[in-house]
Design a protein around this ligand. Structure first.
Ligand code: MN3
Length: 253
């Protein structure tokens, strides 16, 4: 057996004896969508393993706004791919046991961590996205968050317009974000690819995202083709403002 083959076989055996039970254990104990820092299991015997959070609703639950096939592919292929590729990219890496937010803090321009950047971002961004969508949602936020939106943007309608305009301007693949800055003020920003505003060394304006909208074509193309604007309008029927408020409350006590 060549050395390379031996190493390959050894690592598969190692994966079989260590990672598989951890993965199994993780899946068993995960019954709620959790994001970021709480979504991986740690073991002294192996690097942490990031886990695809299950959807809280059926693939067809967001119809007619998002079709079932888009959801199945988006969650089961795209998001699952980010999780798998993140775990691969972190194998043997110094950041293997870091939380996603810690990884975002460490990313620097041109640091040769592109696979980690793209897949850690993809995992975090989609976890937040699924969590803040749901059937029978939409409407407008209430209470403190609504007050903050009114203060920051003039009105909820004005916020929707500004957010949609920002999302329309994302060229190619990316995300539109509603964030809190260090002064606890809301702002809208966009990022390319799977970057997010927590990647403070990589984005123009950093902050804590409380809602993110996926404007990659894979999020809407099957149903809306090139009509991103129609997808954006429909999306407002799915936003769970109670969950966005939870994200807001994590930042503002
Ligand atoms: Mn996506």
């Amino acid at each position: 057996m060549k050395k390379r083959e031996f190493l390959k076989t050894s690592s598969i055996l190692a994966l079989g004896s260590l990672a598989a039970p951890i993965l199994f254990e993780s899946c068993k104990t995960k019954n709620a969508v959790v994001i970021s820092d709480k979504e991986k299991e740690k073991s002294p015997a192996a690097a942490a393993v990031h886990v695809l959070p299950p959807l809280e609703y059926a693939f067809n639950a967001l119809e007619p706004h998002i079709d079932a096939m888009t959801m199945e592919i988006h969650h089961g292929k795209h998001h699952a791919g980010y999780v798998n590729n993140l775990n691969k990219a972190l194998e043997g890496h110094a950041w293997a046991n870091l939380e996603l937010t810690e990884i975002f803090n460490k990313l620097m321009p041109n640091d040769n961590n592109t696979a980690i950047r793209n897949n850690a971002g993809g995992h975090f961004n989609h976890s937040l996205f699924w969590r803040t969508l749901g059937p029978n949602a939409g409407g407008s936020p209430q209470g403190k968050l609504l007050d903050k939106i009114n203060t920051g943007f003039g009105s909820f309608e004005a916020f929707k317009t500004a957010f949609s305009e920002a999302a329309m301007k994302v060229f190619g693949s990316g995300w539109a974000w509603l964030c809190l800055d260090e002064n606890e003020n809301l702002f809208i920003t966009t990022t390319a690819n799977q970057d997010n505003p927590l990647m403070k060394n990589l984005v123009q304006k950093s902050g804590t995202p409380i809602f993110g909208l996926d404007v990659w074509e894979h999020a809407y193309y099957l149903k809306y083709q090139n009509k991103r604007k129609d997808y954006l309008s429909a999306l407002f029927n799915l936003i769970r403002w109670d969950r966005v408020t939870e994200e807001y409350n994590k930042v503002i006590k």
